[in-house]
Design a binder for this molecule. Structure first.
Ligand SMILES: Nc1ncnc2c1ncn2[C@@H]1O[C@H](COP(=O)(O)OP(=O)(O)OP(=O)(O)O)[C@@H](O)[C@H]1O
Length: 265
């Protein structure tokens, strides 16, 4: 049986990097519960999840269908409110914020990369990347903008519209857009789900680079053991609870844990 983590046995999602000191968590969940519906239709999507995700780490979240992965991501990213418990992002407790403050925090301090890219079709690559800044009324930092455009390999495509790009290029625009505000955390919801294997690896390599070279924190939900193997730590959810965690994952080890959770029985 996999070990079930309780709130008193809180796993750090990646090993401490500095001996003797615990790095501050980028995002912390403490006894988070999420209940949908009521009466006979009640669903306990999260049952007291506690985890610290350290700054500058890459975390993948896996688990069988219906285990609570999307709910976890939505609660951690302030897209949805937990029924109980607390979520803290870079020292700010999300659970206490009103809707206006939560919206502002999501815009300014969180980056999102979705399976469906979610780019604005009428805007150019550069306009899409800088959109979060314009919505926040902030000027782009030119040096930072040039660096991320270069890093995602789109320096010669900045004037193109999304329809003129391949799927992989569109997702790289989405990664650049997620990075432009220098967010506390980039959350990915199946960011490679719509890409072919080769293109998916490019995007995963890019996310890995943002962690290794920019110190970015990335948290990604995925169904794919190969995608999860790019992370420092894989958290496994089962029936709304953290059931296991794997550091230095390989695709084989991840697939094995998933089989043991009955994901592909
Ligand atoms: N809005 C909702 N209303 C009612 N139940 C919901 C709602 N959203 C999710 N659920 C239920 O909560 C549980 C967890 O759902 P969630 O989408 O988080 O799982 P998941 O692990 O992301 O699944 P999948 O891998 O299939 O996307 C499921 O039983 C689901 O049916």
């Amino acid at each position: 049986m996999p070990k079930i983590f309780s709130s008193s046995a809180r796993p750090a999602a990646a090993p401490d990097r500095t001996a003797g000191s615990r790095p501050e968590a980028a995002v912390s969940l403490s006894s988070v519960t999420k209940v949908y519906g009521r009466g006979a239709a009640t669903v306990h999507a999260l049952r007291g999840v506690s985890v610290d995700i350290p700054r500058g780490s890459f975390t993948a979240v896996m688990g069988p269908s219906g285990s609570g992965k999307s709910t976890f991501l939505h609660c951690a990213a302030g897209l949805d409110r937990p029924t109980g418990g607390t979520v803290t992002l870079g020292g700010s407790e999300l659970t206490g914020l009103d809707e206006t403050r939560l919206t502002r925090l999501r815009r300014d301090r969180i980056g999102f990369v979705f399976q469906a890219f979610n780019l604005m079709p009428s805007l150019t690559v550069l306009q899409n990347i800088t959109l979060p800044l314009r919505l926040a009324g902030r000027r782009p930092d030119r040096a930072w903008l040039a660096e991320i455009v270069e890093r995602v390999g789109l320096a010669d495509r900045t004037g193109h519209r999304p329809a003129e790009l391949s799927g992989g290029q569109q997702q790289r625009v989405a990664v650049a857009r997620a990075l432009v505000t220098r967010p506390e955390v980039v959350f990915g919801d199946e960011p490679t789900g719509a890409l072919d294997t080769v293109t998916a690896k490019e995007v995963l390599g890019l996310l890995r680079q943002t962690v290794d070279e920019l110190g970015q924190t990335v948290v990604m939900v995925t169904h794919d053991p190969v995608a999860a193997s790019y992370a420092d730590t894989v958290l496994f959810l089962a029936d709304g609870a953290l059931a296991d965690a794997l550091t230095a994952p390989t695709a084989e080890l991840v697939a094995d844990r998933m089989s043991r959770l009955g994901a592909w029985a």
